[in-house]
Design a protein around this ligand. Structure first.
Ligand code: NDP
Length: 258
């Protein structure tokens, strides 16, 4: 195959959780630009509506589904709706995520649970539901999880004080490797991207307080720019990564290379 054809996702069906804004919307855009048919999910209809408008303005017509990744029932409905619309799912991007900042000494248990439930359990539940369908269809598939650089290192409190978030991303990294090994026999590749800092709703609090420190501790001396994550996800989802599974791809300006 020609090198550029290796990145072509024409004819593929992709489901992106947390696709209504931020990195998930960028990822959905990238997959659509590479030729995939895209379904996006999130909890709130207002964000989904503006994401749909943005995707349409770029020539991508998404299937839009309201789905809370902590709900097995809503996940089952979203998977069923995507398969009803397109017949199968070839690519899953587990990107939905939340964070809660508080000192470890006083981190509220309910916030710890909510973050773990969304970022770790949500990733597990969605992977399980979509993976079952990929196995049933017998055509393999590609799953890409959005982890984070925080899974690879401890964080000073003045940068990010969110131990539940860090732990949840560690779980995503472990799950990525374990699912990759377990489902290789089904032709399902499971990888993750581990972003550094990108300016989104989720990171706005951290960046308003610590952007300069973050830039100083990043070898490339800046945070990620819009458009700098989607290529990594397209790569992992595409035939260009046909022999790549269980990999955690850092997109962090070199933070974890230090
Ligand atoms: P945003 O807050 O902008 O986007 C988060 C997305 O997840 C939204 O679409 C949101 O929609 C959705 N979401 C949140 N909770 C749920 C839920 N329970 N069920 C379904 N969807 C949900 O943040 P980012 O774009 O920054 O984050 C995207 C991913 O990237 C996250 O996993 C985050 O941890 C990760 N990441 C981000 C970094 C950054 O610097 N921005 C760095 C490293 C990793 P809604 O609220 O309507 O449900």
């Amino acid at each position: 195959m020609h090198a550029l054809e290796l990145f072509d996702l024409s004819g593929k069906i992709a489901l992106v959780t947390g696709g209504s804004r931020g990195l998930g919307l960028e990822i959905a855009t990238g997959l659509g630009e590479a030729g995939a048919t895209v379904a996006i999910t999130a909890r709130r209809a207002n964000f989904l509506a503006s994401a749909e408008a943005e995707l349409r303005s770029r020539g991508i017509t998404p299937l839009v589904l309201t789905c809370d990744v902590t709900s097995p029932e809503q996940i089952a409905d979203s998977v069923a709706a995507t398969i009803a619309a397109y017949g199968r799912i070839d690519i899953l991007v587990n990107n939905a995520g939340i964070a809660w900042a508080a000192p470890v000494e006083t981190m509220p248990l309910d916030k710890w649970r909510q973050v773990m439930e969304t970022n770790a359990t949500g990733c597990f539940l969605m992977t399980q539901a979509v993976g079952r369908e990929m196995i049933r269809a017998g055509g393999g598939g590609a799953i890409v999880n959005t982890a984070s650089y925080v899974a690879a290192m401890g964080s000073p409190t003045e940068i990010i004080d969110a131990v539940g978030y860090t732990a949840s991303k560690g779980a995503v990294v472990s799950m990525t490797r374990d699912f990759a090994v377990k489902w290789a026999r089904h032709g399902i590749r499971v990888n993750a991207v581990a972003p550094g800092y990108f300016d989104t709703r989720l990171s706005s609090g951290v960046l308003s307080q610590a952007k300069e420190r973050i830039e100083a501790m990043t070898p490339l001396r800046r945070i990620g720019r819009p458009g700098e994550l989607k290529g990594a996800v397209v790569f992992l989802a595409s035939p260009a990564a046909a022999y790549v599974t269980g990999h955690i791809l850092a997109v962090d300006g070199g933070m974890t290379a230090l």
